[in-house]
Design a protein around this ligand. Structure first.
Ligand SMILES: Cc1ncc(COP(=O)(O)O)c(C=O)c1O
Length: 400
């Protein structure tokens, strides 16, 4: 993106000296982390189902109220393993409005991701469209709880049961969220969380699978450790999906600050809501107040005809001011390779995905962002919208 400053022509100084990124990591209590890392070094137990991994798994099972939690090196490998453990093959229905890992985890094992449109109100899989895409080759459905807002779990579970399909949820965004008062992590055949550094709860890199199915959990445990059952005894084909002790130490430390991370995200979200309320053409995506949410994404839908600028023009303005806002999930998995070559006309079936990929803007939040920063971001957006024709003309001239 062209790093010019359209608002500089209006005489404003650059808003932020340091870049303010979406997904800047939350860091919990450093001393607690360092103490854990020192203990880990003293123990010389760095990976292979160490005590921190075991403690993390038991804590997550308790918090989520789920029978099994299996910690993993990241959510992508976790997805690959669960897809394999569920014996998915042929075709699996997934949204295109998701991070590319959801589709890649299927294609990596030569399963065809069949892209399904989302409900424009919820940004998650539209169950009616799912039903239309089922063929004799379909073996499963993967719903994604985008922004931590749950899919229409009931409708998807009903379809999966009636059509005898497996149901997996990519819950990468949804740690700490509930659906109908029950924690995400308990639904479908299994759910997969990401604890990547950009997630509000992080393990540097990490993820977890949760399930209430004993046999599936046992299979996943084998698969994530090369199929080993005790020393020198491999009883299954597997890979390396293990979480390291250093990652588990970070996750355990993050867990101790979970409530304060969520409180910060929530306060930021409310500040954004107040700040953006009067700006035409910017609609903040809200969370259901009757559920628990992690508020880790501040998502705005840009209506160009009301704002006078489109999403990409606003992103240019923000980037020029050092606010590293992001487009999500632009341009949609179906427009990325290899899927674009496989299904060049997929967009015809994905009108809502296409529209969202063109208008969704994600703004920075988390513990690295305070209410003054949000006020400044509001001022940048307000000024850009108030001066839309000037900004547009400036950007059309290449921002010189
Ligand atoms: C929806 C979704 N699925 C999967 C992933 C992959 O997670 P990881 O980076 O832990 O592999 C991400 C990561 O951002 C994601 O947003």
């Amino acid at each position: 993106m062209n790093n010019t400053r359209p608002l500089a022509i209006l005489g404003a100084a650059q808003a932020f000296a340091e870049p303010l990124h979406v997904g800047r990591p939350n860091i919990g209590d450093r001393e607690r982390l360092m103490a854990r890392l020192n203990d880990m070094l003293d123990r010389r137990w760095l990976t292979n189902n160490g005590p921190y991994v075991q403690e993390l798994e038991r804590n997550l099972e308790r918090i989520l109220g789920v029978k099994h939690c299996i910690a993993m090196c990241n959510a992508t490998v976790a997805l690959e393993i669960v897809i394999r453990a569920l014996e998915l093959k042929g075709e699996v229905i997934v949204p295109s409005f998701t991070f590319i890992a959801t589709a890649h985890a299927l294609q990596w094992q030569e399963i065809t991701p069949v892209f399904c449109d989302v409900d424009p109100a919820t940004h998650t899989l539209d169950p009616y469209r799912v039903e239309e895409l089922i063929t004799p080759r379909t073996t499963g459905i993967i719903g994604v709880h985008v922004w931590g807002r749950p899919c229409n779990i009931k409708a998807l579970a009903e379809i999966a049961q009636r059509r005898q399909l497996k149901l997996l949820f990519d819950a990468a965004h949804a740690f700490g969220c509930t659906a109908g008062g029950r924690h995400i992590g308990n639904f479908g055949d299994a759910e997969v969380f990401s604890f990547h550094a950009t997630k509000f709860f992080n393990a540097f890199e990490g993820g977890a699978v949760t399930t209430n199915d004993d046999a599936l959990a046992a299979k996943i445990r084998l698969m994530k450790n090369f199929g080993f059952s005790g020393y020198d005894n491999v009883i299954y084909i597997g890979t390396n999906g293990k979480m390291s002790e250093a990652s588990a130490a970070m996750a355990l430390t993050s867990l101790e600050s979970l409530d304060s991370f969520i409180a910060t995200n929530r306060a930021n979200h409310e500040t954004y809501a107040a700040t953006l309320a009067d700006l035409p053409g910017l609609k903040l995506v809200r969370y259901d107040g009757t559920e628990r949410n992690n508020y880790q994404y501040v998502v705005v839908e840009v209506n160009e005809s009301q704002a006078g600028l489109n999403r990409d023009e606003l992103i240019k303005v923000l980037h020029a001011e050092n606010v590293i806002a992001r487009r999500y999930f632009y341009p949609g998995c179906h427009r990325m390779e290899p899927y674009h070559s496989f299904f060049p006309h997929a967009r015809l079936l994905l009108p809502h995905t296409e529209a969202l990929a063109d208008r969704v803007l994600v703004l920075p939040t988390g513990t690295a962002v305070n209410s003054r920063d949000i006020g400044t971001i509001g001022d940048i957006l307000s000024s850009a919208i108030a001066n839309a024709p000037v900004v547009r003309a400036h950007e059309e001239q290449g921002g010189q």
